[in-house]
Design a binder for this molecule. Sequence first.
Ligand code: AMP
Ligand code: ZN
Length: 469
Amino acid sequence: MKVFNTLSRQKEEFVPLQEGKVSMYVCGPTVYNLIHIGNARPMIVFDTARRYMEHKGYEVNFVSNFTDVDDKIIKKANEEGVDASVISERYIEECRKDMKALNVKEATTHPKATEEIGGMIEMIQTLIDKGHAYVAQDGTVYYKTRSFKDYGKLSHKNLDDLRSGGRSLLVSGEDQKQDPLDFVLWKPKKEGEPYWESPWCEGRPGWHIECSVMSKKYLGDEIDIHAGGEDLIFPHHENEIAQSEAANGKEFAKYWLHNGFLNIDNKKMSKSEGNFFTVRDISEKYDLQVLRFFMLSAHYRSPLNFSADLMEAAKNGLDRIVTSVANLNYLLESAADGDMTKEEEELCNEAKEFIVKFDEAMDDDFNTADAISAIFELVKFANTNASSASSKAFVQALKDEITALSDICGLIVDKKEEMLDAEIEALIQERQEARKAKNFARADEIRDTLAAQGILLEDTREGVKWKRA
Ligand code: AMP
Ligand code: ZN
C-alpha cells in the first residue's frame, strides 16, 4: 500500500511501526456549531482509509479529538449567557449524530481537550525545561520556534521567508513574543473565559498543544499516521511537530495525510456569502449516504466542488449500486438451491478481476474514485450475468462481493438490512409510552436512534407521522 506523505511530498510504501498495527490521529472539529460539509470530508475520507486498512487485516487504533475550548466556543457561550461547556457538549452530541448518520465509525478514543489539561501542562513544562519555551511577563508561555531546527519541514516553508513576512503573524496582545514566529502554548485568562490553574498563570492552553498531548497519551510518542484537512499543514501540524519532537525526542508521525478542500459552486465556502451548508442542511434533502458517496467519488487530496448537479449525479450513482443489490435480493428469493454450475464458477473467477482493481486503487493512496469505478464494473457484471435461471449460490456470491466492497467505503447498499417499517413503528410506540411516563431521556434516545437511520418524526394532531429522509 502506498500513501502520499506531505512530509516528503511523495507517495511512499506504507510500513507501520509495528507489524499488523496502525496508530492514526485525525484532527477533529472545534465544537461551536453544527459541523459543515467541509468538516465532513476528513471524517469520511479518513474513516474510509481506516476501514480499508482494517479490511487488509491491520488493527487500527484511531484517535480523533474534539476541540472543546476555543475563542469561538467562548464567544457563543457569552452570547447565550451559558457556560462554555454547555455549548461544546451540545455540539459534540450533534456532531456524533451527524457522524453516525454518515456511517463514520466510532473512534477508538474520542478525547476532549478540556479533559487533558494536566497532560498539556506537563508537556509545556517539559518544553520550558528543555529550553524550547519561555514564560513572558504576563504569564503567557510561548514556543521558541527557532529552537527547533526542523521547523518548516512539513509545510516546506523557509524560516527566513516566514520571518520576513512575520509582521502579519503578530497578534495584538502577543507583543511579549521574542520572535514573530513563536506561538502560544498557554495564555492567561480573560474576563468571562474558562480557565485552569497552572504554574505560570490561571489560563488556558493554545490550540496546537492539545493534539500533541492527546496523540501522545492515546497512541504513544511515535505514531504511523497523522491526518486532517490541508489548511492544518501550517501552522497547526507544523507546530504539533515542533512541540512533540522537541518534548519527546522522537519522530512524531511517520506519514502525514491531508485532504483537499471542499468548495461550493467553485467558491470557498463562506457563511457571509451564503454558500455554506451544514451536514444537517444536506440531510433534509438527501440520504447522507449520498453525501458520503459524493465525497468518495473524488480522490481525497483533490479539491472537490460541491453543487446541486454533482449531488444529483452522486445520488444516481449510488442508486445504481443499491438497485443492483435489490435486484439480487429479489432473485435470491426465487433462485434454486444448490451449487453453482461450472459456468457460474468461471464467472465468479472472472468477477475477481474487479476486486483486484478495487484493491489496487485503494492501495494507491486510497484512490476511492477508481475503487468506486471497480464497484460499478462489478455491478454491471452482476446485472448482466445474474438472472432468474441463476443458482442461489451464484447470486449470493455476487451480492456479497458488491456489499463487501461498498462496506469498505462505508456505503450501505443493502436496503434489506435497514430498519423495517414494523421496527420503526414499534420504536415510535415505545417513544410515546416513554413520554407519557415522563421518561424524556428514553424518548429522546429513541428519536435520535431513528434520526440516525434517516427517519424523520413529525408530531401531528392525528398522532406521530414518520418518513424516511
Ligand atoms: P475545524 O473545526 O475548522 O478545525 O475543522 C475540522 C476539520 O475539517 C479539519 O481537518 C479541517 O481541515 C477540515 N475542514 C474545514 N473546512 C474544510 C473544507 N472546506 N474542506 C475540507 N476540509 C475542511
Ligand atoms: Zn490537531
